[in-house]
Structures are given as C-alpha cells and as structure tokens.
Write a protein that binds this ligand. Structure first.
Ligand code: ITT
Length: 179
C-alpha cells in the first residue's frame, strides 16, 4: 500500500483518478532549497522514510518560464503564495516569448530505496487568468496544441496531457511491476 504525502488535496484528486487505490497522508514536510526538483524530492523522501516509514509517494512540481530563465521553477510554491498568478502576469508584461513548461517529479520510496518518475508538459503563459478548475498556476497556463488554459479543462482532460498525468502513468506502471 502506497501513501501520497501532501497537503494539496487537488494534487491527490488528480493522481487518484489514475491510481484509485492511493491513500493520502496530510503532512507538512521540509523542502530544501536546491537547484532541481529531483534534489528536493530525494531529500524529502529520505526525511519521510525516517519519520513515517512505509511505502511513500511525493509529488514536487514547478512551472519553468523560458523568458524568466526558468523562474519560478523550484521556487514555484513560494512564488505562488507571495505574488501569485497576477504577479507572474505582471513580470511577463511586454514579453513576447511566453513559452513555459510544467514539470512533475514523483518520488517513490519502497523498502528504503528511492525512485523518481518525471513528467513534463510544454505550453505558454496566457495573457490573463482564465478558468476556475484545477489549482495553482492552471489559470495562466495554456498547454501546447490547445487554446484553453488548464483551468478551463476537466481533471480528466488535464490528466491526459499534463506533467502530473504523465508522471502518474509512469508511477502506475512502476507500481504494477513491483506488486
Ligand atoms: P505539497 O504539499 O505536495 O508540496 P504544494 O502545493 O506545495 O503541495 P508543489 O510544491 O509541488 O506543491 O507545487 C509548487 C507550486 O506549483 C504550488 O504553488 C502549486 O500550486 C503549483 N502547482 C503544482 N502543480 C500544479 C499544476 O498541475 N497546475 C498548476 N499549478 C501547479
């Protein structure tokens, strides 16, 4: 049995649509300041392995904007809390290159070993916030090949193309191999 450790219920709902047996454990855990999501995940998995044990899953995600040299990236949670979508749109004012991508690193800890599964979704930063579904940066992110933001899509539609959907399908395959 695997436990997803997060305090983000929306994240859990997205992952649970693909892996219905997943349980959620609501727990805050320290996230180190590092250059990559992979390093953050590695540290958190080791910390949680000591603290709660068992088979653990975590999801660390970020939005990487090309014209801002990858910002907010590993700082996505803090930036969302402080300046939010409006702040990002303000930083992007007058910038033509709106390319960005979301990346999810899912960390799995099984029997004391850590594994990572990655998903990436390319797209663009919208000119304004649109839509009310999803969470976080969804209202300002338009995935490649679409003209709607993630926040204008259902969870199933987002899951089909999103960073988290891709990483979660890899996770499902990984779990079925070790089960
Ligand atoms: P945890 O408890 O699982 O850490 P969190 O919300 O802090 O939950 P992250 O650190 O992975 O999650 O997310 C960093 C930020 O990016 C945070 O502000 C999220 O709202 C946002 N984010 C993550 N995934 C997203 C997605 O699929 N769509 C839009 N925003 C997302």
């Amino acid at each position: 049995m695997f436990k997803l450790v997060t305090h983000n219920i929306k994240k859990y709902e997205e992952i649970k649509k693909i892996i219905p047996s997943l349980e959620m454990v609501e727990l805050e855990y320290p996230e180190i300041q590092a250059d990559t999501l992979e390093e953050v995940v590695e540290f958190s998995l080791n910390y949680l392995g000591e603290k709660i044990g068992g088979n653990i899953i975590i999801d660390d995600s970020g939005l990487f904007i090309e014209a801002l040299n990858g910002f907010p990236g590993v700082y996505s949670a803090y930036v969302f809390k402080t300046i939010g979508n409006k702040g990002i749109l303000r930083l992007m004012e007058g910038i033509k290159n709106r390319r960005a991508y979301f990346k999810t690193v899912i960390g799995v800890r099984v029997d004391g070993y850590n594994y990572k599964l990655v998903g990436i979704c390319h797209g663009e930063i919208a000119m304004s916030e649109r839509g009310t579904n999803g969470f976080g940066y969804d209202p300002i992110f338009v995935p490649e090949g679409y003209d709607r933001t993630f926040a204008e899509m259902s969870t199933d539609e987002k899951n089909r193309i999103s960073h988290r959907g891709k990483a979660t399908r890899k996770l499902a395959a990984f779990i079925s191999r070790i089960a």
